[in-house]
Write a protein that binds this ligand. Sequence first.
Ligand SMILES: [Fe+2]
Length: 309
Amino acid sequence: MAMTGVLRPGHMQLRVLDLEEGINHYKNVLGLVETGRDAQGRVYFKAWDERDHNSLILRQADSAGMDFFAFKVADKATLEKLDADLKAYGVATERIPAGELLETGERVRFMIPSGHAIELYAEKTDVGNGMQYVNPDPWTPDAERGIAPVRLDHALLYGPDIEKVQKLFVDVLGFYLVERVLMEDGKTDLAIWLSCSHKAHDIALVRHPEPGKLHHVSFLLESWEKVLRAADIMSMNKVSIDIGPTRHGVTRGTTIYAFDPSGNRFETFCGGYQPYPDYAPITWTWEEVGTGVFYHDRKLNERFLTVVS
Ligand SMILES: [Fe+2]
């Protein structure tokens, strides 16, 4: 197997101010599949084409934002190795027992310098995507509720010390830098896009004074036409759209940013090129940061830099 170590983003726990509003948004507008509820009142979802039991967990709270973002690793031996590697690197880790999240194995949780809780886990129950594993159909009519993304794709997090986050993700977790945006000094990174896979990014960070903030959680669509359709569905449901449909210069992805009813930004995203770990990182200069983020407008809007949850 060529792909080892950290495989992909696996789940995010998100805080919402009103659980019923949140459920309606993520189930009926975004079109995720509800897969369970637990004794704490948390509600579990997966995208229709994901096979594991859950990728988004909603928790009602007094403030919006992200509780934690998790990556699935190849197997239990990898989980043990990465836990030991993190400790050797000087990162304190915590074990969350199997079953604390429904249908999810033991998790290793740690804080990164930007103030976010990150988890690793090896096991989550395969509940399938509604198609057979022998002679499957290519899709299921049940998938076409709402925007219907195929998977949780990545997250963009805001916080301080992103160069330390980059070093940790690269040196310990095996990620590589795909793209970066420089600050006015021409040296310091304003933003970084990191991949553990063949995707343009699995996690991205923007330098920001306040730790632990969520800029957006992103869901993958399969075509530009589906991004346009997502905008139609958002408008039908009076979803607050931040920007789009448009294209990012960074990653080349096509995109819409919008807000859930609690003010958490989410993205419906398509495309992006497919890098390999040997690719030289792409750099965007301060003068072209607007083009890098919003390729058509060629300037940032104020919300992109300031509104986080
Ligand atoms: Fe994104």
